[in-house]
Design a protein around this ligand. Sequence first.
Ligand code: C2E
Ligand code: CA
Ligand code: CA
Length: 515
Amino acid sequence: MSDFFKTKLGYATVVVVLSISALLGTKFTYDYFHLKQNKAYLEDLNARLLVRTELAADYAILALHEATLSVADGCSAENIANLSSILYSRGNIKDIAILDQSGNISCTVITNEDAVEQFNLADKKTFLSVNDNIKFLEAGRGEDGLIGISWQFETFALMALINLDTLLFDIFPPDWRDNSVASIGFDAENLIGARDNTMAAPEGLVTYNAASKRYPLFVELSVKEQQLITHQRDNELAFMLGGGGIGLIISLLVAQLLSRPINPVTLIKRGISDEEFVPYVQPLFDLKNRQIIGGEALMRWVKPDGEMIPPYKFIPIAEDSGLIVPMTRTIIRQTLNQVADILNRDHSFKISFNIIPTDLASDSFVKDLSDIVGRANVRPEQIVLEITERQEIEDTNKTIEHIQILKDLGFRVALDDTGTGHNGLSYVQDLQADIIKIDKKFVDFISDDGGDEIVQMLVQLAKRMKMETIAEGIETEDQARILTKLGVDQGQGYLVAKPMPPEEFCARVNKQRIA
Ligand code: C2E
Ligand code: CA
Ligand code: CA
């Protein structure tokens, strides 16, 4: 899965999925806070309505107080005239009445006699304010917003009639008017005025209400939630662009992070556990008759999709990280399992493995190798260990000691890439190997016009030390002919065969046996 993020499609998927999530997240956040904000606004409107309602009551009470200063007991023409001038200076007061001892209307400034006759205070519900002498009462039919506020003085009482309905008029912003309810009353049960604009569909309302602490006054505002959601979304685009932009930047960063190449050592470890490292085998042949007389196991990394990674891309990393040690064990085990039959049928047939010097010098090598070879039921005499000269030998004594032990056990040792490293030729002598492998670099040089000095020298050195020679990288008949003439014993190269899967190698060897 993690490899998917390293593809172009994976990168794009991360960017798209995260960006869409960011947009959805931004939208969700915007919706949540926008609704919250509009609810707070509605609550604020409700609080403001209560303040305005209380102010209306305050004005009425102020007017009544002013009236007591200029009005004495009774309905004299002078009293009425005084009340009249107060009434005209106080806009929201509809009428002022003088009440008798028992609280009934004696006279009013405006209302005609008939209406007053019908107005029976005893029928009206009365609500007390904090001040016992000031009472609030229903004055109209209970829904027209009219209330009376009466103030009881020693010998008489005054009552102001005010209309609270007008306060409900412009309380909402225009787009809420059609989907809202505004009510005013003495308390939640005793409403005196309401503007219901829900079109008889009162569901989905968000409601706030509040009661005055000073007066028996109560206000309540409700708006359809849908209206709160759609109200004033003009900043939405900017918000979405901001959120989406930040989301895009973050998704690019995350995609970048996920698409980072994985550490090659980690990749190799994964390849080991997934058994992706397999041996190929390249034939070694007798230069005189071209008969295959052995093979070299060469490691290949085959990815699940079939891609084959060549050794130069991973062997140096495997060597530096020490992973080459378990990998080598696996390659030896796998190869021997597959070529054991050939080895057992022909005891002169040999198979070689590439071993790095530090592995050879390690304490576990001899035992590991003996175990694997023993279990594969193969004779050590048929196993060749190629030790490269490319790496410097750190512990020469240990290496020489181990080579001796291995040789005593019957194994054969070859010096690989001889003459290309930094150890010098004396090292050929010191290590007491059985075989010198002449590197492709020197084979490439030779022609009928010369360039064969190093090969000649290596052949002489080998003869003197009773070692065999194998020339690597033979691609042409000319090279094969010249190498034979120079006295090289065996060859390896594309001229005869490239490295191939072990089954193919076995098939080829078997075919040769029959022929
Ligand atoms: P090497 O041990 O010198 O192996 C010989 C290399 O020469 C192989 O390359 C082989 O495919 C190549 N070769 C043989 N004949 C010809 C030819 O005619 N023409 C050309 N152009 N090339 C030829 P390969 O398989 O790519 O391996 C490269 C190196 O990787 C090996 O060089 C060896 O040093 C290392 N290696 C491979 N397998 C292992 C392993 O299991 N363990 C260790 N430690 N190293 C390995
Ligand atoms: Ca080799
Ligand atoms: Ca070589």
